[in-house]
Design a protein around this ligand. Structure first.
Ligand code: SF4
Length: 195
């Protein structure tokens, strides 16, 4: 059995141009509903090639992005998996399957990234949020690692929105990312974080 990766939480409409030109055969809102069901984007004159690529990656992620539903915790090491100081830094849980799905989607998108793994006691992000383990205190343990990365490009999981303020107070800034990691490439592109 596979874990819930929250594909239904992707708001494709937010990334469409909202021009309602009907080139795709639908209005933007109708098209968003259709691609949510798995149809690839072929022709939209207002989207860049990169936007189409990353939207199609999110659309197809259901087919390649899987993590098993594991009945227990599994702890990985905490700390920074470092690529370079200009890259975005994805803050996540010390649970291997969470890290694996993030890496899978960003590697497929050919996006450079750092990953900062905090101690969530081996729980995935959703469970860690539910148990109150994804918080500024857990990030405080990684302050030394945070010195190595661009503080303006720290991405926290969308599910951790209640911890955003306390994390910002601690480290200066934090960007609330998407709930579904398949949305990360198009989200990072639209936020201008891939320059
Ligand atoms: S082609 Fe693009 S801009 Fe035009 S209606 Fe479809 S999604 Fe919207």
């Amino acid at each position: 059995m596979n874990a819930n990766l929250y594909f239904d939480q992707i708001d494709f409409y937010a990334y469409l141009p909202k021009k309602d030109c009907l080139e795709c055969g639908y209005t933007c809102k109708e098209f968003a509903e259709i691609i949510k069901k798995g149809k690839r984007i072929e022709n939209c004159p207002y989207l860049t090639q990169k936007e189409v690529e990353y939207l199609n990656l999110a659309i197809e992620a259901r087919d390649f992005l899987k993590a098993p539903m594991y009945p227990s915790t599994i702890k990985t090491k905490t700390g920074l998996v470092f690529s370079n100081e200009k890259a975005v830094t994805i803050v996540t849980a010390n649970y291997p399957y969470t890290q694996a799905v993030i890496a899978e989607v960003l590697v497929r998108a050919k996006i450079d990234f750092n990953m900062l793994v905090i101690d969530t006691e081996g729980y995935s992000v959703d469970m860690a949020v539910y148990l109150g383990l994804f918080n500024a205190e857990r990030l405080r343990e990684q302050m030394e690692e945070l010195e190595k990365v661009d503080r303006k490009k720290i991405i926290i999981p969308g599910l951790a929105k209640n911890a955003k303020k306390e994390i910002e107070d601690l480290i200066g800034s934090a960007i609330l990312g998407p709930i579904c990691c398949a949305e990360l490439p198009i989200f990072l592109l639209k936020m201008g974080l891939l320059r």
